[in-house]
Design a protein around this ligand. Structure first.
Ligand SMILES: [Zn+2]
Length: 278
């Protein structure tokens, strides 16, 4: 009896310690998870609004509110989409879903990991213009290593690109990758897709095509993407990201000469502590 009683006590005692350690382990895991947690939708939307202060004033009733007093824009259309559908017709919520990794490290993107490649065309049109003509009205010249490019001044895009250029100019060994630029403004759809390219809004730049790797040029077709490749130094990528541009070389559907101004995607990446170097 005594033995079994002591045994029971010991068992109870061990189980209490076990419980306590499990509780501590859960608490630690929660802290770790919180530290590395991806921001929730409300936080992402707050960062989105802060990234475009020229046009956005806040979120109300699940809609984005614009400073121009125009109709608020629905954040989530409620449709369940696979990756291809999100690329073709993403809503605001879809566009913020994948967290972009920052930094000087190159990683091979997982299947359908295209952070920033999903966009909301209705939002982009409200930020930059609804037509080629409307976008063109806001294009300004940006000097780019011996040429003059046309870039939208809206949302601070041209000013950000000038900062990128100035930092890049301090590294003359990079110049051959940067110029001649393969283009900025071009009102067009993404190749083989129904949605608009960010080139339509004058907020994207392609570098020297001589070093470009593009999943379509490599023989890719939807559902069949060739192996990832890149020939641009990561020092270039790091400088663009510093000023709110994301790189097409981080995408599963890679486009390594392509950078686009997406300050909300970079802000969310910073808030998430998302680094490509791990
Ligand atoms: Zn491009």
């Amino acid at each position: 009896m005594w033995k079994s009683g002591a045994g029971r006590e010991a068992t109870i005692s061990i189980s209490r310690w076990t419980e306590r350690w499990i509780a501590v382990a859960i608490a630690l895991a929660a802290v770790r998870a919180a530290g590395a947690a991806e921001p929730d939708l409300a936080t992402r939307l707050k960062l989105l609004v802060e990234a475009y202060p020229e046009s956005l004033s806040g979120v109300e009733d699940d809609r984005l509110v614009f400073r121009d007093g125009g109709p608020p824009l629905e954040i989530d259309d409620g449709k369940t989409k696979d990756h291809q559908a999100a690329l073709s017709a993403g809503d605001v919520e879809d566009s913020l879903r994948q967290v972009y990794p920052l930094g000087a490290c190159e990683t091979e993107p997982a299947v359908d990991f295209d952070p920033g490649r999903i966009r909301s065309d209705p939002l982009m049109m409200r930020l930059y213009g609804r037509s080629a003509k409307a976008v063109e009205a806001s294009l300004v010249p940006v000097e780019w290593f011996g040429a003059t490019l046309r870039v939208t001044k809206r949302q601070g895009a041209a000013a950000a690109l000038e900062k990128v250029r100035d930092d890049l100019a301090a590294k003359p060994e990079l110049r051959r990758y940067l110029a001649p630029s393969a283009g900025t403004f071009n009102w067009r759809k993404v190749a083989g897709a129904p949605n608009l390219s960010v080139h339509s809004f004058g907020a994207a730049i392609d570098l020297n095509t001589k070093f470009a790797d593009y999943w379509v040029w490599s023989g890719g077709k939807p559902g069949n993407v060739p192996g990832h490749a890149n020939r641009y130094p990561m020092a270039i990528v790091e400088i663009f990201e510093r000023y709110g541009f994301i790189w097409g070389g981080r995408w599963y559907h890679y486009d390594t000469m392509h950078f686009e101004y997406r300050p909300e995607i970079v802000a969310i990446a910073r808030a998430a502590g998302a680094s490509a170097c791990r």
